[in-house]
Write a protein that binds this ligand. Structure first.
Ligand code: CTP
Ligand code: MG
Length: 399
């Protein structure tokens, strides 16, 4: 981890649907090459001086955004925050602002859709805000001749020297931005307009031709041509020796008292009392998910399978484990092996141990899984047969 004091935050708004792009999925998750628009944007963001990075993601895509951000963050992964956005860009920025750390005094707001914005533009905006205390936007001179029109009629020329094309990131003193957002009663075209309306000065700094916004399919085609010449470099979290394994630990507890039959270690145990929980209560599977995510440094079960993923309500081990294996593989990890111990008075595990190991292994795409079980001599809640506890350890290797 970096030891620099973090006093800047960059809110990356990525919660839009991308209607005009029309790619069938939220714009930030559309691929430019092997990497998404969001990922490319984060490359610039993490290339700039260290800052808290608040990614504002569409509903249902928070986990995915977190994985993308962690992957690109490298040794700055502790600086990542992800939050769900709102109906409008302004609501999304407000959601991001709500998660900015207390120590931060300068906040930048950046469109994920300006995916190719270079890091030096970001550093420049921060620099001018810190130097002057004013709001700062990157902008480009307008090179086209601009006409004032009324329908098809040209009714005047606009003096080009008076115009500049605004880009992001737009930077502000935190107190100024927060106060301006609190008093905004209507939608503004950008954050600078909202802050200017609240009576503050805004300066411009030099933007970049690469800071164009991907709005239409033609913009995406343009971005694809550019990155084809400069593909994204893989980032490996610091502290990880290339090829070195990493270990992770996970534990889970569920109480008896659910509906239907017992699901444990990926198997259905008919005639046994069910466990209760958001899903099927399979403590063995959940401990494994936590151990794997923990080993890979990708958060935990709540990060990826929270209540924002209703498709996992009532899901069984196979669904959780397959999705976990996918998340790890996307982040560049191979599963070495998984070892899990279950503490339970019942069911009697030994007769189905091998069957459980194969079911769990199959769900993880063939990774080695070993399961052991013990009773606790009548002690504690497992001993009183109130519930089941599982402990898992996993080893993962950089792919
Ligand atoms: N944005 C957001 N939340 C919204 C709307 C927009 O976070 N409710 C973000 C987008 O993800 C994008 C940036 O604001 O990075 C600029 O918006 P725009 O280019 O208009 O993106 P979309 O709204 O997704 O596209 P469209 O207007 O074509 O639907
Ligand atoms: Mg929009």
């Amino acid at each position: 981890m970096t030891t620099t004091r973090i006093d800047t935050a960059i809110i990356v708004v990525a919660a839009g649907s991308g209607m005009r792009l029309g790619a069938g999925s939220p714009k930030a998750f559309v691929g430019i090459d092997d990497h998404t628009i969001l990922r490319h944007c984060l490359r610039g963001v993490f290339g700039a001086a260290p800052a808290q990075v608040v990614v504002v993601a569409p509903a249902g895509r928070v986990g995915e955004a977190l994985a993308e951000a962690h992957e690109q963050a490298g040794d700055r992964r502790d600086l990542v925050t992800v939050v769900e956005g709102g109906r409008t860009r302004q609501e999304s920025v407000a959601a991001g602002l709500g998660r900015v750390w207390a120590d931060v005094d300068v906040v930048l707001v950046h469109d994920a859709a300006r995916a190719l914005t270079p890091a030096d533009v970001i550093d420049r905006v921060v620099g001018v805000v810190r130097e002057t205390g004013h709001g700062v936007i990157p902008a480009l001179d307008v090179i086209d001749t601009i006409k004032r029109v009324d329908g098809d009629a040209i009714i005047g020329v606009v003096e080009r020297a008076e115009l500049a094309a605004a880009q992001t990131p737009q930077g502000f003193r935190r107190d100024v931005l927060v106060a301006a957002y609190e008093r905004a009663t209507r939608e503004f075209t950008d954050d600078a307009a909202l802050v200017a309306e609240a009576g503050h000065d805004i300066l411009r700094t030099e933007g970049s031709a690469l800071g164009f916004k991907i709005t239409t399919p033609a913009d995406l085609a343009q971005a694809r041509r550019i990155v084809a010449e400069a593909p994204i470099a893989p980032v490996r979290p610091a502290g990880i020796v290339r090829g070195a394994p990493r270990v992770g630990v996970g534990t889970d507890v569920h109480a008896f008292g659910g509906d239907g039959s017992l699901w444990l270690a990926g198997l259905e145990w008919t005639g046994e009392p069910a466990l209760s929980g958001h899903s099927d209560g399979d403590a063995v599977a959940h401990a494994i998910v936590d151990a794997l995510l923990n080993a890979a440094g990708l958060g935990d079960i709540g990060t990826h399978f929270g209540t924002d993923r209703p498709e996992f309500a009532g899901a069984h081990a196979d669904a959780f484990l397959a999705e976990t294996a996918r998340i790890l593989s996307d982040a560049g990890w191979l599963i070495g092996n998984v070892s899990v111990q279950v503490q339970a008075q019942r069911p009697k595990f030994a007769p189905r141990r091998v069957e459980a190991e194969s079911a769990l292994s199959a769900a993880l795409g063939g990774a080695a899984v070993s399961v052991s079980a013990t009773t606790t001599d009548g002690l504690g809640f497992p001993g009183r047969a109130e519930g089941v506890q599982a402990f898992a350890v996993a080893v993962v290797l950089p792919a």
